[in-house]
Design a protein around this ligand. Structure first.
Ligand SMILES: NC(=O)c1ccc[n+]([C@@H]2O[C@H](COP(=O)([O-])OP(=O)(O)OC[C@H]3O[C@@H](n4cnc5c(N)ncnc54)[C@H](OP(=O)(O)O)[C@@H]3O)[C@@H](O)[C@H]2O)c1
Length: 231
């Protein structure tokens, strides 16, 4: 594994899909699956994980974003809040929808990636919560820029990309995934129109070829597949 390119983290997409590639747990009844997901994630010794805005919502919470009394503009400059040297829980949230209750998710420092189109009230809110933020474009997220900043500003050398399908699809389309770590849960889901491992949307989806690195049977009839993305 793990040649880390010098200006960005090595990216491992770590996911727990059904046998048919769907990722929204409905009534899957897989008791040990989340534990296995966390255990296998830890083997990568990554300093950070990144997820899409929708997947982050349950972790971020539902705090209220207050309106400021002042109209003073807040410069669109990256903000790194004071935090213990730790690992990082990162979201991509282009228009600032996440309503963070705190800057800590199970001991990991919360970081959010924004575009410059977010409101001043929202930036003031993030600062008040101590949530770090990075800008990655004026109105659209530039994923290469995100990765370069994660490396240069936070020192992240290895990053787990942990879903959902939209963020995974955007990394796949940008050819920024180095490795896949897929835990196939013993469930056939069959639902149409729910998130899958990679959802690229209307853009032309680029197929990427993979090289198998390992196959392992895990407790609970889970199969752990690891692949390198061929370049
Ligand atoms: N089984 C598993 O291993 C697993 C793991 C993770 C998540 N999940 C499930 O996946 C589901 C959510 O997946 P999802 O595909 O709907 O959502 P998602 O990928 O979690 O979040 C998508 C949103 O994140 C923002 N975003 C992500 N990448 C972006 C990019 N490159 N550029 C701009 N914005 C970007 C956008 O926010 P805006 O809409 O605000 O623009 C986008 O709509 C949930 O049900 C979750 O539980 C399953």
């Amino acid at each position: 594994m793990s040649r880390t390119s010098s200006d960005r983290p090595y990216v491992i997409c770590h996911m727990l899909p059904s046998i048919d590639g769907r990722i929204v747990f409905r009534d899957w009844r897989l008791n040990s699956a989340t534990g296995e997901y966390e255990k296998t994630a830890q083997t990568f010794d990554a300093g950070a994980w990144i997820i899409g805005r929708i997947s982050m919502e349950p972790y971020a919470g539902k705090a209220r974003v207050p309106s400021r009394r002042t109209r003073e503009r807040i410069p669109r400059e990256d903000f790194i809040a004071k935090h213990e040297p730790s690992s990082y829980a990162i979201a991509i949230d282009p228009s600032g929808k996440l309503r963070w209750e705190s800057n800590d998710i199970d001991g990991e420092h919360a970081v959010t990636v924004l575009t410059e189109s977010v409101s001043d009230d929202y930036l003031a809110f993030l600062q008040s919560k101590g949530v770090s933020y990075l800008f990655a474009g004026k109105t659209r997220i530039d994923l290469r820029r995100v990765l370069r900043k994660l490396r240069s500003k936070l020192g992240i050398r290895r990053l787990l990309l942990e879903g959902g399908g939209t963020i995974n699809g955007s990394f796949l389309a940008a050819n920024l995934i180095d490795e896949l770590s897929i835990l196939i849960g013993p469930v056939a889901d069959g639902s149409v129109g729910t998130a899958t491992l990679f959802d690229v949307g209307n853009r032309r989806a680029p197929a990427r070829n993979l090289k198998l690195l390992s196959i392992e049977r895990r407790p609970g009839d889970i199969v752990w597949l690891r692949y390198k993305v061929r370049r």
